[in-house]
Design a protein around this ligand. Structure first.
Ligand code: NI
Length: 181
């Protein structure tokens, strides 16, 4: 079998993310935030076994680091120093621009992701696959509905990056419907 990603790079990124996200929990739970990053990386690795001509190291490192700029004190420069410019650019593209009005953020993020290699598209698909679980108890129907619509937009915009992840996201969107009943 020909692995297109390295365990050593996974470990280095995971340690970095574990320290950066130290003390954070998944919203609405007491589960350590790092679980989310493990799930996103796992989805990406599952997809890598089905994809040809993929830079697996880029996909895996970006998956593990994807929330560091958005949710921790980590800077673009730190990621660039530790993991290289390409990974850092990918993570930056996956970072919401909080200076924009909330309703404009997702389209802006998707536009910036589309300027990146397909490995970064794969991380966004994997992120939403992982996030389409039972919503936090305090979410309103309206918020749940909006989150589902956003999932559809992500699917439609980025599905070309990976058939495997696209069909998995499509399935998650269908199942998510039950939280609207
Ligand atoms: Ni995420």
């Amino acid at each position: 079998m020909n692995l297109n990603w390295s365990q050593e790079k996974y470990i280095k990124a995971y340690k970095f993310a574990a320290i950066a996200h130290q003390g954070q929990t998944i919203p609405g739970s007491e589960t350590p935030y790092i679980m989310h990053l493990s799930f996103v990386a796992m989805e990406v690795i599952a997809a890598l076994s089905t994809e040809q001509n993929c830079d697996g190291d880029l996909a895996v490192q970006a998956a593990i680091l994807h929330d560091t700029i958005e949710d921790t004190n980590t800077s673009f420069a730190q990621i660039s120093d530790e993991f290289g410019e390409v990974v850092a650019q990918g993570v930056l593209a996956l970072t919401k621009d909080n200076s924009l009005e909330k309703s404009l953020q997702i389209e802006d993020t998707l536009r910036r992701i589309q300027e990146q290699p397909k490995e970064i598209w794969m991380v966004k698909l994997a992120d939403r696959i992982s996030n389409l679980q039972a919503p936090p108890h305090y979410w309103t129907k309206e918020k749940i509905n909006k989150y589902r619509d956003e999932g559809i937009l992500i699917y439609e915009t980025l599905k070309g990056a990976s058939n495997f992840l696209a069909s998995r996201l499509n399935h998650k969107i269908e199942v998510y419907q039950k939280f609207l009943l």
